[in-house]
Write a protein that binds this ligand. Structure first.
Ligand code: NI
Length: 167
């Protein structure tokens, strides 16, 4: 297993639209294991493969905060969404920024696990928000895209400045 490097906003690679997984083999299981290790080390409650520069439709979550609820969703699709909910979100690719985002309150998701077994699950609360946030990553979207243009450009300036200082 390995801890992977997480891309930071506004890295253009975060805008990549990830491709579906078609072959489930050892390489996919290795990517999933590395993604879990990377997410727990960060620490975070969710990670999409796009964030570690792997353009495949894979995401992992664990919203338990004690490592007891690891979940993997491959080629995830939201087939039903109900209600709306506002929750404060953060993102490992946008460190130290927390903003309120509106999303569906509960979602029904179809996906495959890391062994290629299909499953369907209904989610609500933090896990529903987390999975919607991570699916956005697979489509090249970030939670800051859902904020007002003013807030988004303020965040972008902050990160561009930080990157310049790091050079
Ligand atoms: Ni994120």
């Amino acid at each position: 297993m390995a801890i992977l490097q997480i891309l930071h906003f506004p890295d253009p690679r975060l805008r990549t639209i990830a491709k579906p997984v078609s072959v489930f083999g050892d390489d996919i299981q290795r990517i999933v294991a590395d993604m879990f290790e990377t997410m727990y080390a960060a620490p975070g409650v969710g990670l999409a493969a796009t964030q570690v520069n792997i353009p495949k439709r894979i995401l992992v979550t664990d919203t338990s905060r004690d490592g007891s609820d690891p979940r993997c969703f491959i080629n995830p699709q939201i087939i039903e969404a109900r209600g709306t909910e506002q929750m404060e979100e953060g993102c490992l690719s946008v460190p130290d920024v927390f903003e309120t985002v509106e999303r569906a309150e509960s979602v029904k998701v179809q996906a495959f696990d890391q062994y290629g077994m299909p499953f369907e699950v209904e989610l609500d609360g933090l896990l529903a928000v987390c999975v919607q946030h991570e699916i956005d990553h697979l489509d090249g979207k970030l939670f800051v895209d859902r904020l007002s243009p003013l807030k988004r450009s303020r965040i972008r300036r902050k990160f561009e400045k930080a990157q310049k200082q790091a050079l």
